[in-house]
Design a protein around this ligand. Structure first.
Ligand code: NAD
Length: 494
């Protein structure tokens, strides 16, 4: 992307956006709208429809009706593949426009957003498109007089509820395998970042997806999200977001139709640097980026840094040097390393974590304040605290902002104990030159992904998801298809 292209796109006015139901943009039944505030400058960008139970119901009826018709659910795998590949091409064709739209909505720095949002979503859609005619059913090892076939069938109507940090990337991780398997989908994006998913649904129609197969109902989580969670005709909810909302979705399922619920929740991921790390400077650079890009609003962010005593001072010098050089700025400026915090509310939460860490005796080494206030936007300096103990709030709770807590350790055993002293288990990293240490740590750490000598970047071919209170069910890889298909046995006497 070039800066002049970004500057042209950012100047485009954004017309008020409706719900996307059965292939059409529609107002909410109540006619109410929600203001969309850009975190870049705190100004109103546009409005989205304030969807509620009646709108969710309308979209589920549309989704069910097209599912029953079979135009998508029973279409040939080759046809589904063709349409999804076309959608991936369209997302790529509109990548610049989608990236800028998303950044105006949620404040992620454009360099990261361009790759992580439209380009990654296009890659994900293409991956599952290709899977449609390559995933087989099974034949059971039965006695000779019987044939046991195991069919895979789509579930029906899938509710997808996603957060605001990477709506297209995370949305595609759920929408693409669900559609590839033949389901219909109703998406409830975050009220803080809905615009790109609405655009994605319109592109899907352009690609040839039948009306009603992919619907987007915007609105508040506590209203539209709850209605989707409680709906009697939704077969599964695929959710990414906070643990609190995850718990509610399980309750909604219990109170309604026992729909399946797949939860991808938060993390407090340990990033462990051993004294024999191959390249401390590189480890510091990747650790700082892994923590502070997108203002720390990354579910797998390495927000607990564990450093072995012999290299503690040297590593911290490197880390603070890299952190100090990160340019926090206008997210639509290609020169910015870090953009805006997504909302005024999230900025307030981040600053509360800083105040509490100081009150509990942690030592602040960098950041801790709101910056660029004169822009009207929500920006925060990358923040580093040391002398963190396992009892402190900063060690226990997810900030989901640019606040890093650092601990010191001596032995491998102590590192494992500290790493696992959390209710979460989403991600981790280990920096070491020893293959044995690396493998022992991979086995010992309770997390869905353990990086070795890097942080982040795992691609679509491998699963992502949590242990413990980071959730269950996996996004990405062919394993994700299991969430959107059911197994049916045919037992045939020969
Ligand atoms: P959130 O839980 O507040 O909201 C997520 C979504 O749930 C939004 O669309 C919201 O509108 C909806 N929602 C809110 N209340 C609801 C209700 N009562 N019923 C149904 N839906 C409801 O999370 P957030 O603030 O948008 O995102 C931050 C959280 O997401 C963090 O905890 C972060 O770790 C997590 N996250 C996890 C991953 C992962 O892959 N594990 C990825 C990104 C973010």
């Amino acid at each position: 992307m070039q800066q002049d292209q970004i500057d042209r796109l950012r100047a485009d006015p954004i017309a008020p956006v409706g719900l996307f139901i059965a292939g059409r943009s529609e107002p909410s039944a109540s006619g109410r709208v929600v203001d969309v505030i850009s975190p870049i400058n705190g100004k109103k960008l546009t409005t989205i429809a304030d969807g509620a139970a009646a709108d969710i119901d309308r979209s589920v009826v549309a989704a069910r009706s097209v599912f029953e018709s079979g135009t998508w659910s029973r279409a040939t795998p080759a046809h589904r593949k063709k349409v999804l590949l076309k959608l991936a091409d369209l997302v790529e064709k509109h990548a610049a426009e989608l990236a800028v739209l998303g950044v105006r909505d949620n404040g992620t720095e454009i360099g990261m957003a361009y790759k992580a949002e439209p380009l990654s979503a296009a890659g994900t859609i293409r991956y599952y498109a290709e899977a449609t005619d390559k995933v087989y059913g099974e034949i059971a090892p039965t006695p000779e007089n019987v044939l046991g076939l195991i069919h895979r069938e789509p579930l029906g109507v899938i509710g997808v509820i996603v957060p605001w940090n990477f709506p297209m990337m995370i949305g595609a991780w759920k929408i693409a395998p669900a559609l590839a398997a033949g389901n219909s989908v109703v998406v409830k994006p975050s009220e803080i970042a809905s615009l790109t998913l609405l655009r994605l649904a319109a592109l899907a129609t352009e690609a040839g997806l039948p009306d009603g197969v992919l619907n987007v109902v915007t609105g508040k989580g506590s209203v539209a999200g709850e209605a989707l969670g409680l709906h009697m005709d939704v077969d599964a909810i695929a959710f990414t977001g906070s643990g609190g909302v995850g718990r509610r979705l399980l309750e909604y399922s219990a109170r309604s139709n026992l729909k399946r619920v797949y939860l991808e929740l938060g993390g407090k991921s340990p990033n462990i640097v051993f004294a024999d790390a191959p390249d401390l400077r590189q480890a510091a650079k990747v650790s700082a980026n892994g923590m502070f890009r997108n203002s720390g609003q990354v579910c797998v962010a390495g927000s607990r840094l564990l450093v072995q005593s012999p290299i503690y001072d040297r590593f911290m010098d490197e880390l603070l040097a890299v952190t100090g050089k990160l340019k926090v700025g206008d997210p639509l400026d290609l020169g910015s390393d870090v953009g805006a915090v997504s909302s005024a509310e999230q900025l307030g939460k981040n600053l509360n974590f800083v105040a509490k860490a100081e009150e509990e005796g942690a030592r602040r080494l960098a950041g801790g304040t709101r910056i660029r206030e004169e822009t009207g936007g929500y920006y925060m300096a990358p923040t580093v605290f040391e002398n963190i103990t396992t009892e402190m709030k900063l060690a226990r709770e997810e900030v989901f902002g640019p606040v890093l807590g650092v601990m010191r350790f001596d032995t491998e055993e102590e590192a494992v104990k500290l790493a696992n002293s959390t209710v979460y288990g989403l991600a981790a990293a280990v920096w070491t030159s020893s293959v044995s240490t690396a493998h022992r740590m991979v086995r010992a750490i309770n997390a869905g992904v353990v990086h070795v000598n890097t942080y982040g970047g795992a691609d679509i071919t491998v699963p992502l998801g949590g242990f413990k209170q980071s959730g269950f069910g996996r996004d990405k890889s062919l394993h994700a298809l299991d969430k959107y298909t059911d197994l049916k046995t045919a037992w045939i006497a020969l």
